[in-house]
Ligand binder design. Structure first.
Ligand code: SF4
Length: 287
């Protein structure tokens, strides 16, 4: 058995287990809230899944975990097509989070003019076939340097454009398009209702993407807290400038959105745009 692959005894007794290779990325807790919880520095099952819905949540967690820490003693085989998992109309969680991005979430958005991949999951056959059936990938939109994962492999397979900000381009030298601008006021219209909004802070080249003035894909610049029904940002994981990140988020409040989808954190519920603006400005005051 690999080091750390033994069962974490803090996890609820029963068939399902989580091992100690867990890097506490939090992703499993976003798809199985309450069922999988944090104890110490690890995620554990709070109880064994007992309903069909909880079994589905356990599989979502198992098929997303970047360290493959979630499994069963009885070696159950996963059901077919756990991912992509639809979160909102046309917005799919990809699962298969990559360890190199510290387990960041990625999202496929289905569009008639070409599907959009926001950040990147592992390149795996479990996603290649469903992505092909859903129409492939037209553009890969990278929020920043940390979450590029297997974007190069996806781009090659689907002959997709790759967009990243000029200041983070060294992480994706294969990018076909560089996003310019140093503040939210210098957003770029990418067509088909998609806008790239520079938000320097987490990294110098961080970008959030607005779709149809409804959805905001925020990478690691901004996330949601279900416990507080509020937005939050990660001061402990800010690599460029916290004060710049605060100014960027103040500028971001000028844009309309009703849901956010982040890399390290859960997706928000739908809220009226005025409410989202208020919550974002409240976050910047706390910063
Ligand atoms: S997804 Fe895996 S690595 Fe991340 S918190 Fe859950 S068990 Fe740990």
């Amino acid at each position: 058995m690999k080091r750390g692959a033994e069962r974490n005894p803090a996890s609820a007794e029963g068939d399902w287990l989580i091992d100690k290779r867990c890097i506490d990325c939090g992703a499993a807790r976003h798809v199985a809230p309450g069922l999988i919880v944090r104890r110490g520095e690890y995620s554990v099952f709070d109880r064994q899944p007992s309903t069909p819905e909880e079994m589905h949540q356990a599989w979502l967690a198992a098929e997303l975990c970047p360290t493959r820490s979630i499994r069963t003693e009885s070696h159950l085989r996963p059901p077919p097509r756990v991912y992509p998992h639809e979160l909102a109309e046309g917005v799919h969680l990809c699962g298969h989070n990559h360890r190199s991005s510290f387990g960041a979430h990625s999202y496929l958005v289905v569009r008639p003019s070409g599907n959009l991949l926001f950040d990147s999951p592992q390149f795996t056959r479990k996603l290649v076939a469903p992505f092909e059936e859903m129409g492939g990938i037209g553009k890969i939109l990278l929020s920043h340097r940390d979450d590029v994962a297997d974007a190069d492999k996806w781009a090659r397979h689907f002959d997709a454009e790759v967009h990243i900000h000029r200041d983070d381009r060294s992480a994706a030298p294969y990018a076909t398009h560089l996003i310019e601008g140093s503040s939210p006021a210098e957003a770029t219209d990418l067509g088909d209702g998609v806008r790239a909004i520079p938000v320097p802070g987490h990294t110098k080249g961080s970008v959030v993407f607005q779709v149809d003035e409804t959805y905001l894909f925020t990478g690691d610049s901004l996330t949601w807290s279900y416990e507080r029904s509020a937005m939050r940002a990660f001061r402990e994981a800010c690599w460029y400038s916290w004060s710049a990140q605060k100014q960027s988020l103040i500028g971001l409040a000028e844009y309309t959105f009703a849901r956010l989808f982040s890399g390290h954190g859960p997706w928000s519920p739908h809220r009226e745009p005025q409410e989202m603006r208020k919550l974002l400005l409240e976050l910047t005051e706390r910063m």
